[in-house]
Design a protein around this ligand. Structure first.
Ligand SMILES: Nc1nc2c(ncn2[C@@H]2O[C@H](COP(=O)(O)OP(=O)(O)OP(=O)(O)O)[C@@H](O)[C@H]2O)c(=O)[nH]1
Ligand SMILES: C=C(OP(=O)(O)O)C(=O)O
Length: 222
């Protein structure tokens, strides 16, 4: 089974506002972009992903996504992340494709984790056409998939795991810590440091004097 990935990314100056203060203010956008790039690189390396579609109005994100082989489109609906996801999945990719949407704040993601999740989600013939992977906390969502023929019907936002379950999507809370660790806060960034971030996020954090090496849980100096 092959997939189209739909990845929405906010404009960098306003992105990841809850993470502000985790690094120096003048490095915040760089950090967000590095996390986007590491997420995208893992998605692009996943053999089951046929196409990656990034929905964004940010020129730096578009350029970086294009360099990684993703297709980019402006956030035409300009109505928040669910509208951007619906637009990408149901209008641009279209319901004839198997699609999934993924948040762009998963810098520890590796293609093997994504491959395992896509395999698990698609393996269940009895599952409804929609399924999702909750975030590490279990309350949010990192991935929502819709098989061909099903609408994506995304309900991201606070309490989205319960909202997706209520909407009839099946939960797949698998043992994929690198997929499930999104970064909303400074504490999440520390969790990513412990897992081992992808190369761009690791390099930036090292440059900032933080330990970005794989497997290190050391709390960096501020
Ligand atoms: N294209 C697009 N992407 C969005 C929009 N809002 C959020 N996103 C993206 O959706 C994903 C999940 O969003 P959040 O984790 O809430 O990220 P965020 O909105 O940047 O974070 P906060 O400012 O802290 O709420 C991230 O990849 C965001 O970049 C939007 O209005 N348009
Ligand atoms: C939008 C979501 O993510 P976050 O927790 O990153 O806001 C979500 O989990 O639905």
């Amino acid at each position: 089974m092959t997939w189209t990935a739909v990845i929405p990314v906010k404009r960098l100056p306003v992105a990841k506002s809850r993470l502000r203060g985790a690094v120096a203010p003048d490095r915040h956008e760089e950090l967000v972009l590095a996390m986007v790039q590491d997420t995208l690189a893992a998605v692009r390396a996943c053999p089951a992903v046929r196409e990656t579609l990034v929905i964004t109005d940010d020129p730096a994100v578009s350029a970086a996504a294009g360099a990684l082989g993703a297709r980019t489109a402006p956030d035409a609906p300009d109505g928040g992340l669910n509208a951007a996801m619906r637009y990408g999945a149901d209008e641009l990719a279209g319901p004839a494709a198997n699609r999934f949407t993924l948040t762009a704040d998963l810098p520890a993601l590796r293609d093997a984790d994504l491959s395992a999740a896509l395999e698990a989600g698609s393996a269940s013939g009895a599952a409804p056409g929609r399924w999702f992977v909750p975030d590490a906390a279990g309350t949010g969502t990192v991935l929502l998939a819709a098989a061909a023929g099903a609408r994506l019907d995304p309900r991201f936002g606070p309490g989205s795991a319960a909202a997706h379950a209520r909407s009839g999507a099946r939960a797949w809370p698998g043992d994929w810590p690198r997929l499930r660790q999104d970064v909303d806060t400074a504490a999440d960034l520390r969790a990513v440091l412990a897992l081992g971030p992808g190369p761009r996020t690791a390099a930036l954090l090292r440059d900032l004097g933080r330990t970005g090496g794989r497997g290190s849980a050391r709390r960096p100096a501020a």
